[in-house]
Write a protein that binds this ligand. Structure first.
Ligand code: GAR
Length: 204
């Protein structure tokens, strides 16, 4: 089977990138990560990519006059590597028009909350402070809003009485690592159908 060419954008630790790579290694995902790009030169995600011989590229937003030209550089790199699906994996910037228009309905994100609750930063801490009994994670297509795009998969975890933001984040992360590769595999298999805001999953 033809492998889907993935470009991963990550700003930090890269555990979701690792989960994608592990799913590929274990035969759960017919894809290959052909490039990893970070806005942060220190990102551990870049190191994880280099260890596997995957091109790992730091594109520093500070070196561009504006978001438009910064994103043009990202798009150029993604196109050079013939990327078919862009996966945001802890990429801590709002995606702009240039990327959206270059990869329409071809950018996915993982968010550590049950959207539309708690979009944006510090989602786990805000869920805890709000007092919700359940939280979780969401894989969605990216649109011009902040974590507002069509939802592909979600997973639920309980919030426990003694949770700290860290223990809750860890419980959620375990589910992120499970559903992100799963969502990408559904895309790779051509099983995701987008109608307006709703994503349906076609039978295998
Ligand atoms: C993950 O929890 C991911 O859901 C979150 O950042 C973390 C990155 O971890 N993303 C966002 O909050 C995006 N708004 P990782 O670098 O180990 O994959």
């Amino acid at each position: 089977m033809k492998k889907l060419r993935l470009g991963v954008l990550a700003s930090g630790r890269g555990s979701n990138l690792q989960a994608i790579l592990d799913a590929i290694d274990e035969g759960r995902l017919a894809a290959e990560v052909v490039v990893v790009i970070s806005d942060n030169g220190e990102a551990k995600a870049l190191e994880r990519a280099r260890l596997r011989g995957i091109p790992a590229i730091h594109i520093n937003p500070a070196q561009f006059p504006d978001k438009h030209t910064y994103e043009e550089a990202i798009v150029e790199t993604l196109k050079q590597h013939q990327v078919e699906l862009v996966c945001l994996a802890g990429y801590m910037r709002l995606v702009g028009r240039v990327m959206l228009e270059s990869f329409p309905n071809r950018i996915m994100n993982i968010h550590p909350a049950l959207l539309p609750a708690f979009p944006g930063l510090h989602a786990q801490q805000r869920a805890l402070e709000y007092g919700v009994r359940y939280s979780g994670c969401t894989v969605h297509f990216v649109d011009e809003g902040m974590d507002t795009g069509p939802i592909i998969l979600q997973a639920v975890v309980p919030v426990l009485p003694d949770d700290t933001p860290e223990t809750l984040a860890d419980r959620i992360l375990e589910q992120e690592h499970r559903i992100y590769p799963e969502a990408i595999a559904l895309f790779a298999a051509g099983r995701l159908e987008l109608r307006g805001k709703r994503v349906s999953i076609k039978e295998a």
